[in-house]
Design a protein around this ligand. Structure first.
Ligand SMILES: Nc1ncnc2c1ncn2[C@@H]1O[C@H](COP(=O)(O)OP(=O)(O)O)[C@@H](O)[C@H]1O
Ligand SMILES: [Mg+2]
Length: 226
C-alpha cells in the first residue's frame, strides 16, 4: 500500500538568521489529521518552524512541503492560496479591542468577499466549537484571558483551514484555563484538522498520547509519543 503524503514535510531544513542558526538540518513529517506538539527551550527554533510553515519565512536550505505544495518552488502570487489552508494562533495577532467578537472573527472572511449570510453561519459555527456562542456581541476586553484565547482560536478556524498552527497558546494562562484551551484544540482536532502546537508547557503534552517534536538549539532531538 502506498503511504499517503504527509500534511507537512520538512526535508533537511536549515534556517539562518544573521547571527544565529535558528533551525539546523530538520527533517520531519506531520501526517494529515495528526495533532503534534513542538517543544524545546526558549530560542530553540519553535517559532521559526511555525513561521516557515506559514510562509512568513523561507528556508536557507532544504525543502518544505505543505499539503502537497513545495514552498521552495512556489510563485509569490500563490502564497495566499497556501496560507488559506492554514489557521494561525500567533502571539502577535491580537484581537481588535474596538470591534466586537463577531466582527473580530468575521474579518478574515469579509476580506475574501464571502457573503454576509455565509459569514454569519461560519462565525457562529466557530464560536460553537470554542464554546463561546453567547459572547458574539461582547468586546475583547470584557472577556477573561482564556476566553480571549479561545476567540483567537475561533478566528483561526473560521475559514476552515486544514492545518492549525499555535505558538505558545497557553503562555499567559493559569493551569485551569490552559486546560480549557487544550480541550478546544482537541475538539478541533477531532473534526479532522491537523494541529501543531508549539509550547514549553509540559502539562499540555505529558500523557497526551500525541507525538512531541523536541528542538534543542535548532536541531530536532526527539519525536516521541508522550
Ligand atoms: N527575526 C530574527 N532575526 C534574528 N534572529 C532571530 C529572528 N527570529 C529568531 N531568531 C533567533 O533564532 C533562534 C530561534 O528563535 P525562535 O524560533 O523564536 O525560538 P523559540 O520560539 O523556540 O523560542 C533564536 O536564537 C532567536 O534569537
Ligand atoms: Mg517562540
Amino acid at each position: 500500500m502506498e503511504q499517503p503524503d504527509p500534511m507537512i514535510h520538512f526535508e533537511n531544513v536549515t534556517k539562518e538568521y544573521e547571527l544565529q542558526t535558528a533551525l539546523r538540518d530538520v527533517t520531519c513529517s506531520i501526517e494529515k489529521g495528526e495533532m503534534v506538539f513542538l517543544t524545546g527551550p526558549s530560542g530553540s527554533g519553535k517559532t521559526t518552524m511555525l513561521k516557515l510553515i506559514y510562509l512568513a519565512e523561507l528556508p536557507d536550505q532544504g525543502d518544505i512541503t505543505i499539503a502537497g505544495w513545495n514552498t521552495g518552488t512556489l510563485k509569490e502570487s500563490s502564497i495566499p492560496f497556501v496560507r488559506r489552508n492554514i489557521g494561525v494562533v500567533f502571539q502577535d495577532f491580537r484581537l481588535l479591542d474596538n470591534r466586537n467578537i463577531y466582527e473580530n472573527i468575521s474579518l478574515a472572511l469579509r476580506i475574501r468577499g464571502i457573503g454576509e449570510r455565509e459569514i454569519k453561519a461560519r462565525v457562529y459555527e466557530a464560536l460553537k466549537t470554542v464554546n463561546l456562542r453567547h459572547k458574539a456581541d461582547s468586546y475583547p476586553r470584557r472577556l477573561s484571558g482564556g476566553e480571549q484565547q479561545r476567540i483567537v482560536i475561533a478566528r483561526a478556524i473560521v475559514a476552515e483551514p486544514t492545518v492549525l498552527l499555535a505558538d505558545e497558546p497557553t503562555g499567559n494562562l493559569d493551569p485551569e484555563t490552559a486546560e480549557d484551551v487544550l480541550k478546544t484544540f482537541k475538539d478541533i482536532h477531532a473534526k479532522g484538522t491537523t494541529i501543531l502546537i508549539a509550547t514549553h508547557n509540559r502539562e499540555l503534552y505529558m500523557n497526551s498520547g500525541k507525538r512531541v517534536l523536541r528542538l534543542e538549539a535548532g536541531s530536532l532531538v526527539s519525536r516521541e509519543v508522550c
